[in-house]
Design a protein around this ligand. Structure first.
Ligand code: XIL
Length: 391
């Protein structure tokens, strides 16, 4: 058993920001937003596409009810940020832990929203037991494939008819040369693990929308590979219905022109496009991807430059963040016939994974609500963008 697989299988714990930095210092900008009427965001998107948020495990366990209330009010699609990943839902073979996922379904059903199952097959947050026998040796293809199928059957089957959309395979495309990422699944099963995963999900719930989800597949370096992969699957009559573009972006360079091409090209294959993990970080970064195994260590001197807003976000940056998200939503709205949903990767800035990725311990501001759960300029700018567009 390769040690790096075991390492990757350990969920990365997002450290909650200490209280002192968990509230924005009140800025004139947030005073302005406080006086604006806050109507449910999802109303503005009705008839266009679903608007979603990732829900943390803390929320599912009743430890962040303020954020949960925001989800119920403003979003009509929810994705578990971690609770449905293989390491969480089947930590040991045959031992399923569904409590958090059940809670997510309950939240969605109470508030008239729907759930996206995230994710069935991934190289990260996946326990090593899938790939090794009791003797510690790698299992045969047959055993690994049977485990993949059993996992999908159990998880998709439990929520049949209640979870209508699944991120079936996550991040299978290689960033470097070659089509497929070298993952434990590829090594254990072979190239057809993707096709088999989609087939198993379809068998468990023939009505579910099945998504291939990845980061950077809108970009020129990776889009051709994503097209090649989904074309291959379609040619083999594999049941795949949509492509998920994660969209972990930064205000300096949201790749909108490339995203427009991606939406056109995936749509031309008859697939829906989902924007699955949108966030718009404001901090400087050297790394542009979302490979969760990437970590950048910083000296204190580098941190001072790379973590400039520990005391609050300057108004002009909050406004720029709102403008960039508005530009993104203008594009999504233009292609609303092709897009099934847009999901923000979190609810409030204090709990965004970007506070710890790719550099640990920073203070980022990528989402629609601030650390005090107040809507930010970006909230109002995308709401307006949606209201300006007819169905
Ligand atoms: C991230 C979560 O936000 C973190 O809490 C966790 O520690 C690591 O995973 N691509 C994905 C998501 O598909 O599942 C990842 O979520 C972010 C990158």
């Amino acid at each position: 058993m390769n040690k790096s697989i075991l390492l990757l299988a350990v969920p990365i714990v997002v450290v909650a920001a200490p209280l002192a930095m968990s509230r924005n210092s009140t800025t004139p900008m947030s005073e302005v937003t406080e006086t604006q009427a806050v109507t449910p965001l999802k109303n503005a998107f009705k008839g266009k596409f679903r608007i979603g948020a990732a829900v943390s495990t803390a929320m599912l366990q009743g430890q962040d009810d303020g954020s949960t209330q925001l989800v119920k009010t403003h979003f009509d699609s929810v994705t578990a940020e971690n609770a449905m990943k293989p390491a969480e839902i089947q930590p040991r073979e045959g031992e399923f832990t569904f409590a958090n996922a059940d809670k997510l379904v309950e939240i969605a059903e109470q508030s008239g929203g729907s759930v996206v199952g995230h994710t069935l097959v991934w190289h990260s947050q996946t326990p090593g037991w899938f790939f090794q026998g009791k003797d510690g040796q790698p299992v045969t293809r047959e055993v690994a494939l049977a485990r993949l199928q059993a996992h999908i059957k159990a998880v998709v089957g439990r929520y049949k008819g209640r979870i209508k959309e699944w991120d079936v395979v996550n991040e299978a495309i290689n960033d470097g040369p070659g089509l497929l990422r070298q993952t434990p699944w590829l090594k254990a099963v072979g190239e057809d693990y993707l096709a088999e995963a989609f087939r198993a999900a379809h068998e468990a719930d023939p009505d579910a929308i099945l998504v291939y989800n990845d980061y950077n597949i809108e970009l020129d370096y990776k889009r051709p590979k994503a097209l090649e992969l989904v074309k291959k699957l379609l040619d083999q009559k594999v049941p795949i219905h949509a492509v998920g573009i994660q969209s972990h972006w930064r205000i300096e360079n949201p790749p909108l022109a490339e995203t427009e091409k991606a939406i056109q090209e995936f749509s031309a294959l008859g697939l829906k496009v989902m924007i699955t993990e949108l966030d718009m970080g404001v901090l400087p970064t050297r790394y542009q991807g979302a490979d969760v195994s990437r970590r950048e260590a910083m000296t204190p001197e580098q941190m001072a430059v790379m973590n400039p807003y520990t005391k609050g976000l300057p108004d002009e940056v909050a406004v720029k963040h709102g403008e960039k998200l508005k530009e993104a939503f203008d594009l999504f709205l233009k292609y609303r016939k092709n897009i099934g949903r847009v999901t923000l990767w979190g609810v409030n800035d204090g709990h965004s994974w970007l506070n710890n990725f790719p550099v640990r311990g920073r203070t980022d501001y990528p989402l629609l609500f601030d650390r005090a759960l107040k809507p930010k300029p970006a909230f109002f700018s995308i709401q307006k963008a949606a209201e300006a567009v007819g169905k």
